[in-house]
Every structure is written in C-alpha cells, then in structure tokens.
Design a protein around this ligand. Structure first.
Ligand SMILES: Nc1ncnc2c1ncn2[C@@H]1O[C@H](COP(=O)(O)OP(=O)(O)OP(=O)(O)O)[C@@H](O)[C@H]1O
Ligand SMILES: [Mg+2]
Length: 317
C-alpha cells in the first residue's frame, strides 16, 4: 500500500495557484523528500496531506484513506512537525508532551513520552523548561511530540531550517533512526539538495507549485548530471553552439557534460582578456536543479513566473 498518494492535486488561494496539478507517491518505509525554493508550495502540500487544507481539486490518500473524507482517521496515523514554533517556552519538555497527549488523546502517554525522550537523548532534560533548549534540542522534542500518538507516517516541514551544520547533521541522524528503528515513513520538505541527497531514498523537486522532476538522488544525478559553468565577461557574448541555460547582462550559465574538457576552448572563444570571472559547479543535486531551471534554488525563490516558465520550457527541450 502507498503511504501517501497525490493525484493531480491543485490548491488555489483566490486566483493564485499555489500547488498546480501535483502528483507523486510515498511508499511505506521510505524517507521521501519534497524539495523546492521559497514559495514552491511545500507547506501547502504538507497541510493538504494532514487535512488542514482542502485541495481545490485532485485526490490525496494516506494509507489508502481519502484525506478529505476520513480526516480524523488520517490524523491518527500521521504525525506532523510544523516549520513554525509550537513549543511553549515556559513549560518543561514533559509538560509540552502532556499538552500533545491531551490534544491527541494519548493514553499511557507518560511512559511513551519518557521512552521517546530517551530515544532522542533528552531524558536528562525532561523537567527542564524549553526556554533553555538549543534549536537542535527543540527540533528533537518537536519530533518526539509528533511521534507521541505512535503514527506510522511523519511529515516534517523543513526540519533543519535555521540549524547550524553540526545540529543539522544531528537532526539527520535522528530522522534516519526514526525511520529505521521506529519504522516510521518520513516525508520531509527542504530547501537543501544536499540534505535530500544524504537522507532521502526518493525526491520530488517542485517549483511554483509544479513538479520539475522526480527520482532517486542517484537517478537524478545520472540523468541530469551536467556541470554548469558560470562566467562573467567584459563584453556581450554570442556563445553559439553552447548550451546557455541562463544569462543576465554579461553573466552566463552554460550546461556541459564535462567542464574540464571544454574549458580551454570556451576560454579561447570568450577571449581571455574579456573574462571577468569563471567558475564550475560540478554535477550534483544542486546542479540538477540549476540545469533543469537555469537557477539556483535560492534564485528560484525570487523570480517572476513568466521568466521561470520560459527557462523551464527551454531546459526540457
Ligand atoms: N493562505 C494563503 N493565502 C494566500 N496565499 C498563500 C497562502 N498560503 C500560501 N500562499 C502562497 O502560496 C505559495 C506557496 O506557499 P508555501 O508556503 O506552500 O510555500 P513553501 O514551499 O512552503 O515555501 P517556503 O520554503 O518559503 O516555506 C506562496 O506564494 C504563498 O505566498
Ligand atoms: Mg514552507
């Protein structure tokens, strides 16, 4: 059975389409990544899967149940870690868990809560106020809260946003353990391709509400494993015969199979005297996004629709 299934899901807010004909599925046991820049529609998608938002059209199933029809039953089987702050700073870890237990009607919550705190290495802080917790500890506590009612699936909206590199790695480890040891299916959203690469067995990249590409990190790297050369010239360039995926003034991004072998001829063509800057992004999940859209994930968060659609069409040619 599919843990989660989306079929042609669209969500409109007035005239604005936040999620646009999105389809994908998550298998039981997976760690699945929903990737995209700011405003891509990740949170909206998560909220529709939890039943918090209703799709404008399309179908969403969780463990075979239609979310709009069986919202309460779905809620029992799903845990959700919001990207917003939900912890009460003035309460202790256990008190926060107690509130969660009340909300979800969890019986014998105390034992379960203590076990979870132990699982996350927080047992020493159970009676400490959350006020003094680091961002990493807070995230672990939020995950513990989401798992309190023993759901089979957990949705995490940007679980590592705002964390430093060390805490980010610690949260990755926790997510992997939740998946492997507690046997919970994970759907997470992220901006970081690197994160999806090391955590997820499958990913879907969305942009402006639409699916850009889907696959395992390996598949994506193999099929779209282009190097991207970024160069800035003192004069406008023609670059005939090169696969220019983006240009802005005299700044260009060129997609190539192997940068090292073509750099000399590219530099000759530009004219070394004209070259202001040149750099190479080697094939990675990051360059998958760039080679499909012409943009880095960050830039994609702030570009207008028409320009992006044009770039996407060109990239898919
Ligand atoms: N309630 C709402 N009313 C109107 N527009 C909304 C609403 N919720 C979200 N949007 C818009 O829908 C688009 C998608 O938002 P969403 O929060 O799903 O993106 P996201 O991928 O989670 O972005 P981020 O990475 O910034 O969290 C955005 O343009 C946002 O402004
Ligand atoms: Mg979001």
């Amino acid at each position: 059975m599919r843990a989660i299934l989306l079929e042609n899901v669209t969500k409109k807010f007035g005239d604005f389409t936040a999620v646009d004909g999105l389809s994908f599925h998550v298998d039981e046991g997976e760690i699945f990544g929903l990737l995209g820049p700011n405003g891509a529609g990740k949170t909206t998608t998560i909220k529709m899967i939890t039943g918090l938002l209703r799709p404008t059209s399309g179908r969403i199933e969780v463990l075979g149940m239609d979310v709009t029809k069986e919202t309460m039953r779905v809620k029992e089987r799903l845990g959700w870690v919001s990207s917003e702050v939900i912890l009460d700073d003035d309460l202790t870890a256990m008190q926060n868990l107690w509130i969660q237990a009340k909300l979800y009607g969890v019986k014998n919550w105390k034992e379960r809560a203590e076990n979870l705190l132990r699982f996350f290495g927080l047992e020493g802080f159970k009676d400490s106020k959350v006020k003094g917790f680091s961002t990493g500890m807070r995230k672990k506590l939020e995950i513990a809260m989401a798992l309190l009612h023993s759901p089979e699936i957990i949705l995490m909206d940007e679980p590592t946003v705002g964390l430093d590199v060390v805490s980010r790695k610690a949260v990755w480890e926790v997510i992997t353990r939740v998946n492997k040891e507690l046997k919970v299916t994970v759907l997470l959203t992220t901006h970081y391709l690197e994160e999806a690469d090391s955590l997820c067995n499958r990913i879907v990249i969305i942009n402006r509400g639409k699916k850009v590409v889907e696959g395992t990190p390996e598949e994506l790297k193999n099929s779209y494993a282009y190097d991207v050369i970024e160069l800035e010239s003192a004069v406008p360039l023609k670059l005939n015969g090169w696969d220019v995926i983006y240009s802005d003034g005299n700044k260009y991004r060129i997609r190539v199979k192997d940068a090292a072998s073509v750099l000399p001829s590219l530099i000759m063509e530009v004219g070394p005297q004209n070259l202001r800057k040149i750099s190479v992004k080697r094939a990675s999940l990051d360059s998958v996004f760039i080679s499909l859209t012409g943009l880095s994930l960050e830039e994609a968060g702030g570009i207008d629709e028409r320009k992006l659609q044009m770039i996407l069409r060109r990239a898919r040619r």
